[in-house]
Design a protein around this ligand. Structure first.
Ligand code: AGP
Length: 616
């Protein structure tokens, strides 16, 4: 999830591009860079770290005047957040500069092809291969950059937004997109490209939405769009109805709302590139030795908060698929209980920030005991993946809101991929069984989308219950960690008592909490999964309802069995048992977000909390 800006017109490009990057910095802040065309020269400045580092560099090492420029804020995927990995990337002959958002899945083979052709690459990124390929195509395309872009795009696999400059063609910016956002800002005597309209909304509100597999050619006075074969392509014009202040959040009032809405794409991006054409799992960045994986006798998940809940969900799946015992340990407790870990253990550290000190210290302890360690992390180059034997990155994009949402769903996805990989390596699942689960996972972005379209009743209910002093959450099986996650969201956002229980535990004490009107939110398992679980939770609903609880059931479409016992039913799509957390969690996120909003709280930065807890 990077920020991309392009400009061509009459004004100073650098000023406009940097201001645009400032608007997009929420999309990534591992590094930033700009390129301009000046006097048939490409001039590039780029720097690791936040945008302010680039601005400092520009102050000490100014760029020449130019009316054509591009800029990029990076959220690292391939290669850590370093100066050399920062965009823009420039071709070996210095003629082409390119910036990129997305993941080029076949970059390894393209990289090998360039090496074989004698091209030396200077970064670890997938993007750099595009700069070299464009320069190699330019002569054959009669130095027509749009044609060179089309030729290169036809060879790329994966998700990409690309924007390029040619030093010999000033007043020209060329972009392309597949599975990654790019919009055009149409001005008077100037035109813009950006990852989202936030970057240019101060200059123009007239925009064009580009379609899949399209190339866009900007000059100061023209915008031309073709498909990858050069045929004219239709685009949809629209007028931006946001005010500039909302722009950083992509038009949403809150980062949390934006990140809840990004979950389908985050799940899709976290699956992308990890499944071969013959549906085998490929987790090459995990550096996990297959023989070692066949020898492990247990898996230990170490994490905190929401990440721990993701681990709890994954436990059910990994044990079901691999028959390897999985322990889920709160990182802050792990190393003080003399845990039994060693060379026969795979320790998985789950962390969105990759800097949580409790998790990092637990990881170091596990490594000292000789365990194999794998990080599941959303921040490339952070400490926890750096200190792990291997890493499986989630590609959720930067998560700004303190309350974790899209990271949670993508942590489940990543942990499921590890479980399937273990099953594949240990032979505990047949290939067709693995393919079946992969198909279910592939279907999840659209299922999550369906839930997002129906959150209004949940928000209305949250406003209705804003006066409650306590809310209980019940779940069974994979629904139990979802109940814990729903309660955590409500605690950290609405500052109210909320507690998640395994529904079967209710009668062993917590049911004493039930009195008239106490809201109880119940995650109802699918009746098609383990019917016994469904029937038991219907009994639990009756138990609490008989004592006056106000029951809110999160239940799949078509499950009418709970209708007589629930005051409110929030419907979710029918999905396989192990997939339910990916859809059942979303209404709980929306519920907590709306309740906090109704209470007038700072949803994105709740009191007493920090996005990354770097102290023990
Ligand atoms: C969840 O909404 C909280 N922000 C918190 O529990 C968080 O999940 C926990 O601190 C772990 O953070 P990490 O994933 O960055 O390690």
């Amino acid at each position: 999830m990077c920020g991309i800006v392009g400009y061509v017109g009459q004004k100073q490009a650098l000023e406009i591009v940097v201001a645009g990057l400032r608007r997009l910095e929420y999309r990534g802040y591992d590094s930033a860079g700009v390129a301009v065309v000046s006097g048939e020269e490409l001039v590039v400045r780029k720097k690791a770290g936040k945008l302010v580092n680039l601005e400092t560099l520009l102050g000490s090492d100014p760029m020449p005047d130019s009316t054509t420029g591009i800029g990029h804020t990076r959220w690292a995927t391939h290669g850590g957040p370093t100066d050399s990995n920062a965009h823009p990337h420039v071709s070996e002959d210095g003629t082409v500069a390119v910036i990129h958002n997305g993941i080029i899945e076949n970059f390894a083979e393209l990289r090998a092809e360039l090496n074989a052709a004698g091209v030396s690459l200077s970064s670890e990124t997938d993007t750099e291969v595009v700069a070299h390929l464009l320069a190699l195509e330019l002569p054959a395309a009669d130095r027509d950059l749009p044609e060179a872009m089309r030729r290169v795009c036809r060879r790329l696999e994966g998700a990409f937004t690309l924007v390029a400059l040619d030093r010999e063609q000033p007043d020209l910016v060329v972009g392309a997109r597949r599975n990654s956002p790019l919009v055009v800002g149409v001005g008077q005597g100037e035109n813009f490209l950006a990852s989202d309209v936030a970057a240019f909304v101060d200059h123009t509100r007239e925009a064009l939405e580009l379609g899949q597999d399209q190339v866009v050619i900007l000059t100061p006075t023209s915008v031309t769009v073709t498909d990858f074969d050069g045929e004219p392509a239709a685009v949809r014009p629209f007028t931006v109805d946001w005010d500039a202040s909302a722009a950083e959040k992509g038009g949403f009032d809150l980062f949390m709302l934006k990140e809840i809405a990004e979950q389908p794409r985050a799940v899709a991006d976290s699956l992308r590139g990890r499944i071969t054409r013959d549906s085998r799992i490929q987790l090459d960045e995990t550096n996990l030795d297959e023989a070692a994986l066949r020898a492990i006798t247990k898996v230990v998940v170490i994490a905190c908060g929401t990440a721990a809940h993701a681990g709890m969900v994954a436990k059910y799946a990994i044990e079901h698929w691999t028959r390897v015992p999985v322990e889920v340990e709160l990182a802050s407790e792990f190393r003080y209980r003399d845990p039994i870990v060693g060379p026969d253990s795979l320790v998985i550290a789950i962390s969105q920030s990759g800097e949580t000190m409790d998790t990092l210290m637990a990881l170091r302890y596990a490594k000292a005991q000789g365990a194999h360690t794998l990080a599941i992390c959303n921040t490339v180059g952070s400490t926890i993946p750096r200190e792990s034997d291997g890493v499986l990155y989630t590609y959720a994009g930067p998560e700004i809101a303190v309350a974790s949402t899209k990271a949670f769903l993508t942590q489940i996805i990543a942990a499921y991929l590890v479980g399937l990989y273990l099953a594949q390596v240990r032979g505990t699942m047949f290939e067709d069984e693995i393919r079946g689960v992969l198909a279910e996972l592939d279907d999840m972005p659209s299922k999550v989308d369906l839930v997002l379209d129906t959150t209004e009743p949940v928000r209305a209910l949250a406003r209705e219950l804003a006066g409650a002093t306590s809310v209980l959450f019940l779940g069974r099986h994979v629904g139990f960690p979802v109940a814990l996650e729903g309660a955590l969201k409500l605690k950290e956002l609405a500052y109210m008592h909320a507690e998640g229980f395994p529904a079967g535990e209710l009668k062993h004490g917590p049911i004493a909490l039930i009195e008239e009107g106490v809201p109880v939110i119940v995650i109802v398992p699918s009746p098609r999964g383990r019917a016994v679980l469904h029937d038991k939770i219907v009994s639990n609903i009756q138990e609490v309802r008989a004592r006056g609880a106000l029951v809110v059931a999160i239940a799949e479409e078509g499950d009418e069995s709970i209708t007589p016992y629930a005051e409110h039913i929030i419907r979710i799509p029918a999905v396989p048992t192990l997939m339910q957390p990916l859809v059942a969690t979303v209404p709980l996120q929306a519920f907590a977000c709306e309740m906090a909003t109704a209470k007038g709280h700072d949803v994105d930065q709740p009191r007493n909390l920090a996005k990354s807890v770097t102290v023990e």
